[in-house]
Design a protein around this ligand. Structure first.
Ligand code: MG
Length: 401
């Protein structure tokens, strides 16, 4: 038997080319020149992920056979005894995705082929339109329509709606203030306005970002029923998922959920009880391609489609992983796509390309994407205390961002 190719080193590349701090893992193998890349980006707590990899996972991984992805994932998952959580899952994802990349390079196949082959040629995406007024949102929607995009998420004033001029108490601390009930009323008017102008053929989406109290979330989904959204995203926080039963009892608004999930205990019931229509977890936050493949196949049995989280704080490597899953999954639904500026395409050669509303990975083996480390070093990460996740109601009460 030939000697196995093993993990020789695990390197972390930190870079911040476009707002978000990105954590990229490079797994170097015993085979000269053969390496893989993975996304371990948890932008708000990136130092913790770096430590989890450097101090715990790297010593555990070195010397292991690169071909045994499943065994690596299962053992890395249980090895800490206490499981799950965004720090540990992202750390595992960095190596997991890199191992899929390596396996693809060894097999001379793109990852979608390793997974079982393509079910479709390109992944339909949804883009983010927004603005401070209904008119401005419509203008932003029209720009995407002109680019050939068919699915458009509409937000007015960001996630919380109007943040300024709220009646706060004396001595109110800093924060991202919003009024949840006013938010719901204003978004409803905006969606009515946009729908009346674009007609029924453009698919509209909206992201609540868990910013409503559960009973108001039920009402909001019901009020939106006439507008026939492609889906309403993250209507409830993970701790309130039982309320999805009430939403289902009151309306047929299509629902998607999942970017905050990281444990099977959180997402299993909503799929089994068909309480949602789209599962949209963050692939690195659940531990990489290995668990995402399992989630997709599980959801497929219950008629639930995939819509993996695709924000700016997923690295280009993570987006490539998303697209390979998208082309393969029998139950792919839609892919969120934030878009990247030109210099990020230079830094990550092979970054998936968007054409007429569809995303295409490069046809190179593995994840088909690389990183120019010299360029990445030109954009060092910064330490800042995040403002937008300090979400508060008008009286200062902290709420989920
Ligand atoms: Mg979202």
């Amino acid at each position: 038997m030939a000697k196995p190719i093993t993990i020789k080193d695990v390197k972390i590349i930190l870079t911040q080319p476009a707002g978000s701090r990105l954590v990229i893992v490079k797994v170097i193998t015993s085979e000269p020149g053969l390496y893989g890349l993975g996304c371990a980006t948890f932008t708000q707590r990136f130092h913790a992920v770096v430590a989890a990899i450097e101090r715990h996972l790297k010593p555990f991984a070195i010397g292991r056979d690169v071909s045994r992805i499943e065994e690596f994932w299962q053992m890395a998952h249980v090895h800490s005894y206490w499981l799950n959580g965004p720090v540990l899952n992202n750390a595992i994802s960095g190596i997991d995705q890199a191992l899929w990349d390596i396996k693809g390079k060894l097999a001379n196949m793109p990852v979608y082929d390793l997974l079982g082959g393509k079910c479709r040629e390109g992944a339909a995406v949804y883009r983010h339109a927004g603005g401070p007024t209904p008119e401005a949102v419509l203008e932003s929607v029209q720009k995407f329509i002109d680019q050939g995009v068919h699915h458009i998420r509409v937000q007015m004033g960001g996630y919380g709606g109007k943040a300024d001029s709220l009646p706060k108490p004396e001595g109110a601390p800093d924060g991202a203030y919003y009024n949840p009930r006013e938010y719901a009323r204003r978004q409803l008017k905006m969606i009515d306005y946009v729908r009346s102008h674009v007609g029924d053929d453009i698919e509209l989406l909206h992201d609540v970002h868990e910013r409503l109290q559960p009973i108001d979330a039920v009402r909001f989904a019901k009020d939106l029923e006439p507008y026939n959204l492609f889906f309403l995203e993250d209507l409830l926080a993970p701790e309130h998922i039982n309320w999805f039963r009430d939403v289902r009892n009151h309306c047929t608004t299509r629902l998607s959920m999942g970017e905050l999930f990281n444990s099977p205990l959180e997402w299993k019931a909503v799929v089994e009880e068909h309480l949602i229509d789209y599962i949209r977890m963050h692939v690195s936050q659940m531990g990489g391609i290995t668990p995402a493949r399992a989630v997709a196949l599980f959801a497929n049995i219950y008629g639930v489609h995939t819509a993996w989280h695709g924000p700016g704080d997923t690295s280009p490597i993570g987006h490539a992983a998303n697209v390979h899953l998208d082309l393969w999954a029998p139950n792919f639904g839609i892919q969120e796509w934030c878009g990247f500026p030109e210099h990020v395409y230079e830094m990550f050669p092979g970054l998936p390309e968007l054409r007429n509303g569809y995303l295409y990975p490069s046809d190179k083996p593995g994840l088909g994407i690389d990183i120019d480390e010299t360029l990445a070093a030109k954009y060092p990460v910064t330490d800042t205390i995040e403002k937008w996740t300090q979400t508060r109601w008008p009286d200062g009460t902290p709420w989920t961002p």
